[in-house]
Design a protein around this ligand. Structure first.
Ligand SMILES: [Cu+2]
Length: 228
């Protein structure tokens, strides 16, 4: 066999293999929340969806710089999903002071108190869901969802989501919302044209708001919440 023939055959083989290797598609669907009678879901953009590749996968997300604003005594956005190792800035847009802290075992931090126009940041090195609070305002609650998988999305207001450009293969689909106690998972197989998840209903009926403790593990005093 001449060298030329080998080259030509290799090229032909690559032409056959390339589309299969590079095949990727969108994974889409729509999430809804099952609420207690008389209650309506207004916060479906807080839903986070991600596809976890098999343990053997080398797929890794790339860290980014992201922002959660402190504005009107709220974290905006309330839920932010970022790749592992990402840095989040917390600029204070209010005319009074805020603080950001988390007591999560794998990601506890405390920015200290800081005033209008200033910012603090935190790098999230470990994966997980990190609740964040303000030590001054007891109702301020946010979540940083840190993922290793690069295949994730947040839902729109109507619960629709699209995870773009997912390579064909087998995954575990995760659907998370802070008012749903149990994270929902299901196996999915993505092919070259993607995968239609269809509707996913999460049960939020068991949720009850519980006031978290301050950064010292104590009750907030009403004076601290009212003063600013
Ligand atoms: Cu605050």
């Amino acid at each position: 066999m001449s060298g030329k023939t080998v080259v030509r055959r290799s090229a032909m083989l690559l032409m056959f293999l390339a589309p299969a290797l590079g095949a990727q598609g969108a994974v889409s669907g729509q999430v809804s929340l099952l609420e207690r009678p008389g209650e309506q879901s207004e916060d479906l953009s807080d839903v986070v969806v991600w596809l976890e590749p098999p343990p053997t996968s080398r797929a890794r997300s790339t860290p980014v710089a992201a922002t959660i604003q402190l504005q009107g005594r709220q974290f905006t956005p309330r839920v932010r999903v970022v790749p592992e190792g990402s840095k989040i800035e917390f600029p204070n847009m209010d005319s009074f002071s805020h603080n950001v802290f988390s007591k999560a075992p794998d990601g506890a931090f405390d920015t200290g108190v800081y005033g209008r126009g200033r910012t603090k940041d935190q790098t999230f090195k470990d994966t997980g869901v990190f609740p964040i609070y303000c030590n001054i305002h007891p109702r301020m609650t946010g979540y940083v969802v840190v993922l290793r998988s690069p295949y994730f999305a947040q839902a729109g207001d109507d619960g629709r989501f699209t995870v773009p450009a997912v390579p064909a293969g087998a995954y575990t689909l995760h659907v998370w919302h802070d008012r749903v106690m149990q994270e929902t998972t299901r196996p999915v197989t993505v092919n070259a044209s993607g995968f239609a998840v269809g509707r996913v209903e999460l049960d939020a009926r068991g949720y009850r708001y519980v006031q978290h403790k301050n950064k010292y593990g104590q009750e907030y005093t009403s004076a601290a919440g009212d003063r600013y």
